[in-house]
Design a protein around this ligand. Structure first.
Ligand SMILES: [Zn+2]
Ligand SMILES: [Zn+2]
Length: 257
């Protein structure tokens, strides 16, 4: 299996997984680049997976379906480009001969889902859309901090070796914020230097891994005393529980320059 992040718009990735003949794509916000790439690689589009309803994740679905006949799978309870197979918590979908379990991860949107496969060539992999980013998380457009904390906690419980395929290249900006929260985290400092090098070479910082995110991502570290203290210092009264830490971090990041 080959995994490839196809860049789209200014900072999206349309993830492609293929076996040399058939491909699946995740959250195709546009279609032209995807069709050109599939033709270039001589791949048939088999399946389109959608994580949530935002246009930069669904805009190319109709044109791709018409051009390729690919089947479309998306969340049970979000506005979606019909027709599609709607899936929800604990459903399993089969694509490219692999079984993907659906995990409901509300917060960024109300019905956001992620797709987890425990074994893609021996390694787990999750397509998590705009819920978990490397060193960050999605904005809370439709959900509460408690929902996002719960969703991130569920993703954090996946095996550490799980490859984390998020939909945006926000890593450098997220790492700047993470360093403001936890300046004493040496894993974080080292990873920021590594990612700066990757981006200087125009290379993706993804996929990340669950193991790495637990070391560097403040939104997965709301239980860590240094992170709770930083939240409390930023917003007096915050930091007493993990939900208030997450809520404070999210607000802080929204206004972080
Ligand atoms: Zn989104
Ligand atoms: Zn997005």
């Amino acid at each position: 299996m080959t995994l490839f992040p196809l860049p789209a718009f200014s900072d999206n990735y349309i993830w492609v997984l293929h076996d040399g003949q058939r491909a699946l794509v995740v959250d195709p916000g546009e279609s032209d680049e995807v069709l050109a790439w599939l033709a270039d690689q001589r791949l048939d589009l088999d399946t389109i997976l959608i994580t949530h309803h935002h246009a930069d994740h669904t805009g190319g679905v109709g044109a791709l379906r018409r051009a390729t006949g690919a089947r479309v799978i998306g969340p049970a309870d979000e506005p979606m480009p019909e027709p599609l197979l709607r899936v929800g918590e604990a459903d399993t979908v089969s694509a490219l001969g692999l079984d993907w379990s659906v995990i409901r991860v509300p917060g960024h949107t109300a019905g956001h889902i992620a797709y987890f496969c425990p074994d893609v060539d021996g390694q787990p992999l999750v397509f998590c859309g705009d819920t978990l980013f490397s060193a960050g998380c999605g904005r809370l457009f439709e959900g509460t901090p408690a929902q996002m904390l719960d969703s991130l906690t569920r993703l954090a419980q996946l095996p550490g070796t799980t490859r984390v395929c998020c939909t945006h290249e926000y890593t450098l900006s997220n790492l700047r914020f993470a360093l403001a929260v936890e300046p004493g985290n040496t894993e974080l400092t080292q990873h920021a230097a590594h990612c700066a090098q990757l981006r200087a070479g125009n290379l993706p910082t993804l996929p990340s891994s669950i193991w790495l995110e637990k070391q560097i991502n403040p939104f997965l570290r709301t239980h860590v005393p240094a992170v709770a203290q930083a939240a409390g210092a930023h917003e007096p009264g915050a930091g007493s529980d993990t939900v208030s830490v997450l809520a404070t971090l999210r607000e802080w990041k929204n206004n972080f320059k």
